[in-house]
Design a protein around this ligand. Structure first.
Ligand code: NAP
Length: 523
């Protein structure tokens, strides 16, 4: 391990590194790999779990699989050997494990290491990270915690009094045997629609509590034929071609989602057709038909969800849940349904992640406090004013409704790598995006978001924060995001250079960083 240990001045020995990465899902692991490629030996990945994988390690519920074909939902530098078009959770988790091993970055991981707090120390120009395994100080901090890591639990009266098995979809209790039991699932999002068909044949009875009906499209999933899988691995360029084809096909959806929502009518007709083809009962058809334009909430894909709802032993309940009792769920109409197990598939804290409360910037305020005031705003999804030397992977407005997040993560990693190269070349001690650059970036984003289906489609979704702003999604083509993050734009940052007394440059003084010796940094 290349991590240095040194006395911190307090009783605990602190590790000091150049770069600390929080989390080892697709983004944190990708960062570790890029740091290693860059020749940065002094880095550490702080991972609260026992292995890499992030959301793909945590979401082990029955039926868990990806909605984006794995040829695209994988690192461009590690294409993978996939057994089917849409991979299931165990295969994705095994892929990430393999990638980490082959890249040789596991020695720089600290597993079972919970980050409790990260605080910018202005005097020392470094991050002080308090973890369950002691203090780590780092010049640069990369947050790779992702958006889908903190389960959101519903605030339903009496839920704590439920005496049966109860767990969140992202914390599946595999010791709970649901066979022959009366089970309830709360939620009808991307997780629930995979869980419901997976458990319905085994349980005695299943109640699915729906607050909002989602739009569901066909899932074109199939195992690869032997020769096809062989060819994808061995025919030069074929896998890249497959990846490019999937990328291009998915990117066409941006036109409807972000530019001209009326063009979503075709997809909506397809989804409507699914309802008619897969559900016989007219009452159930009406219940599952959404009242908003397709795309406004995340479009789901499943061939098995509607047939599962149509089963004799499954009821779709659309009345509001009023209360949970020791052995039952009671809806607003007074109906009490007895159950043995309760599965909570109500999603994640996305715009209000608890992680935000533990990261403190230059003026001592937490990300949570800053986001509370202005909404979740950043610059190019990757840096935040007031938080020097912090890179935020899967940051504000980097989410997608149509294609692979791995593409966005790799775009951000390009930016991080270019920033770190610039920092080394120009002897930079600290960088911090200017509030003006961030404000103008966000004003332009919100302007671009106005006509999108997420704002005009007539739904409430976790894409929007409590101010009504969409601070989660990228509003355009993903290749524009890639191109925006190609180079680190130091001119939009306040920068100090290495010296005994750091010389501070404001963004207005946009010129190559000058070392404190007065020597111009060479390009
Ligand atoms: P989600 O999409 O946020 O869905 C949560 C569901 O719970 C929604 O139906 C929501 O209803 C309902 N809900 C939330 N709070 C509730 C409450 N208090 N009472 C009743 N119902 C409540 O969460 P998710 O299904 O876990 O998926 C989250 C994200 O993870 C997805 O959008 C996707 O990005 C990702 N994901 C991807 C895959 C995949 O690739 N296949 C699979 C799983 C998850 P409302 O709609 O009314 O809010």
């Amino acid at each position: 391990m290349t991590v240095r240990s040194e006395k911190s001045g307090t009783k605990t020995a602190a590790r000091h590194v150049d770069v600390a990465v929080i989390g080892s899902g697709f983004s944190g692991l990708g960062a570790a790999i890029k740091l290693k490629e860059l020749g940065t030996h002094s880095y550490i990945v702080l991972e609260r779990g026992a292995e890499v994988g992030g959301t793909w390690r945590d979401n082990t519920y029955p039926g868990a699989a990806c909605d984006v074909p794995s040829q695209l939902y994988s690192y461009s530098f590690a294409p993978g050997d996939w057994s089917r078009s849409f991979s299931r959770q165990p295969e994705i988790q095994a892929y990430l494990r393999n990638v980490a091993q082959e890249a040789g970055v596991l020695d720089n991981h600290l597993f079972n290491c919970e980050v409790n707090e990260a605080r910018w120390d202005e005097a020392a120009a470094q991050w002080v990270v308090e973890t369950s395994q002691g203090r780590v100080t780092a010049r640069f901090l990369i947050s790779g915690v992702g958006a889908l890591c903190e389960p959101a639990l519903p605030d339903i009266p009496g839920i704590e009094s439920f005496s049966g098995e109860m767990f969140h979809s992202a914390r599946w209790d595999h010791s709970a045997d649901l066979k022959g039991k009366r089970v309830a699932v709360i939620g009808t999002g991307a997780s629930a629609i995979q869980i419901v068909p997976a458990i319905a044949p085994d349980v005695a009875h299943l109640d699915v509590y729906q607050r909002t009906a989602p739009w569901v499209l066909p899932r074109f999933d199939r195992p690869y034929f032997g020769i096809e899988r062989w060819a994808l691995r061995h025919v030069p360029g074929l896998q890249r071609l497959a990846r490019a084809g999937i990328y291009a096909a998915r990117e066409t959806q941006v036109v409807g989602l972000a530019k001209a929502p009326k063009l979503m009518a075709g997809l909506q007709a397809l989804a409507q057709g699914m309802i008619y083809a897969q559900i016989r009962n007219p009452e159930l058809r009406a219940k599952v038909t959404p009242d908003f334009r397709i795309g406004c909430k995340r479009m789901l894909i499943s061939n098995a969800y509607y047939p599962a709802l149509d089963r004799e032993n499954v009821d779709l309940v659309t009345d509001r849940i009023a209360e949970v009792r020791e052995n039952s769920v009671v809806t607003a109409d007074g109906t009490e349904r007895e159950i043995d197990a309760l599965i909570i598939a109500t999603g994640f804290h996305v715009t209000d992640s608890p992680m935000f409360a533990g990261i403190f910037g230059r003026d001592g305020r937490s990300l949570a406090a800053v986001f509370e005031e202005n909404g979740m705003q950043g610059y190019k999804g990757t840096t935040v004013a007031g938080f020097p030397n912090l890179f935020f992977l899967v940051g504000p407005n980097t989410g997608l409704g149509h294609t692979s997040m791995v593409f966005m993560i790799e775009s951000q990693l390009n930016y991080v790598v270019d920033a770190l190269k610039t920092i080394k070349r120009d002897n930079i001690a600290t960088f911090e995006v200017s509030p003006e650059a961030q404000a103008s970036y966000n004003a332009s984003l919100q302007e671009q978001l106005k006509p999108t289906v997420w704002m005009t489609g007539g739904c409430a979704s976790w894409y929007l924060d409590k101010h009504g702003n969409n601070t989660t999604l990228w509003p355009g083509f993903t290749f524009s995001f890639r191109s925006m993050l190609k180079n680190f734009d130091a001119e939009n940052y306040g920068i100090t250079v290495m010296a005994d007394t750091p010389e501070t440059r404001t963004p207005a003084q946009a010129e190559p960083a000058t070392a404190a010796t007065g020597k111009k940094a060479s390009r």
